[in-house]
Design a protein around this ligand. Structure first.
Ligand code: PMP
Length: 323
């Protein structure tokens, strides 16, 4: 769907997958005026296809648009675009356990000029791809890498928006994580380098031995994950307490040593939940790389994936039928 300042949103169309034509002076290529979202489509046993909380993704897309000085796409247009695309061919959504189709809506500024100002033209696109199971060999705990030199976002920055620039800034620390045998990087706050923020592409939770969940409270520099919000609700449904607040790295280190913290996990649309067995840093390691997934982690994952795949009752009305 195209947008111009004069015409607003117009010319919605579905075209065969292929390269985009962009003017070399298109603003997105120079100033990274771009935002995106990530959702999944799940096939249920009766063949129908559903997605999870798309209105939350649509609202976050609007928040990202405001921060990046892009036009806001109406929520109903966002959801309709997913329905239209998936309805072309339901076979894009595989049916094997734990598989799905990954849906990537994105918006780019495509006015051709080389001045630094918000573009007056933009284009919204959606692409879709079948996705295999994140944990092909069953749920495997991951080790994560603590970045000492880099932050993802600071106060007043774009951390709360889902824009490409945030990810560009995280690629170098992510490479450092891979080089040290870890699959994700953990960022601390930019100002004091003391408090947990999030991973390169996931939010983080600690679990206390009494079952209480502890997670960093978003204060403008982390992405408000939809999986995060859903798990907070499900944990409360299960009678667990949830603390959203500042969480110092030291609290994790002390808690693992004293036995007060019994589980740590990361969450996001792609993996749903990934147990974290260890946090590695150039000078220390917290946890045990061989530790198995904890009880609360497994229970929450089963509950949420159960709802997404239509195996558990959707008591919060989180599912929207796409096809
Ligand atoms: N933080 C970051 C930086 C992410 O890229 C993601 C994935 N979108 C998340 C958190 C988790 O968000 P969600 O649960 O909405 O996928």
């Amino acid at each position: 769907i195209d947008w111009t300042r004069e015409q607003g949103w117009h010319d919605a169309r579905i075209v065969p997958y292929g390269p985009l034509q962009l003017d070399p002076a298109a603003s997105v290529l120079h100033y990274a005026q771009e935002i995106f979202e990530g959702l999944k489509a799940y096939r249920h046993a009766d063949g129908s296809v559903w997605t999870f909380r798309p209105e939350a993704n649509a609202q976050r897309f609007q928040l990202s648009a405001r921060r990046l000085a892009l036009p806001e796409l109406p929520v109903d247009l966002f959801i309709e675009s997913l329905k239209q695309l998936i309805s072309i061919d339901k076979a894009w959504v595989p049916s094997a356990p734990e598989t799905s189709a990954y849906i990537r809506p994105f918006m780019i500024a495509n006015e051709s000029f080389l001045g630094v100002r918000a573009a007056e033209r933009a284009a919204y696109h959606v692409i879709v791809s079948p996705a295999g199971s994140y944990f092909a060999k069953g749920m495997q705990p991951i080790s994560i890498w603590l970045s000492s030199d880099f932050s993802r976002a600071g106060k007043g920055g774009t951390g709360e928006a889902k824009c490409g620039g945030n990810y560009a800034a995280s690629l170098l620390p992510q490479q450092e994580a891979y080089a040290n045998g870890c699959s994700q990087v953990l960022f601390l706050d930019a100002e004091e380098h003391t408090y947990l923020e999030e991973l390169g592409g996931m939010n983080i939770f600690l679990v206390r031995k009494d079952g209480t969940l502890i997670t960093p409270k978003p204060s403008g520099s982390i992405l408000k994950g939809i999986t995060r919000a859903s798990l907070i609700q499900l944990a409360k449904d299960m009678g667990l307490k949830v603390e959203e607040r500042r969480v110092a790295l030291q609290e994790w280190r002390d808690g693992i040593n004293s036995g007060e913290i019994t589980e740590v996990f990361a969450c996001g649309t792609a993996a749903v939940i990934a147990p974290i067995s260890a946090l590695k840093h150039k000078d220390f390691i917290v946890g045990d790389e061989n530790a198995p997934a904890g009880e609360v982690t497994v229970a929450l994952r089963n509950k949420l994936t159960g709802i997404q795949y239509g195996l558990e009752e959707d008591t919060h009305g989180w599912l929207t039928r796409l096809a």
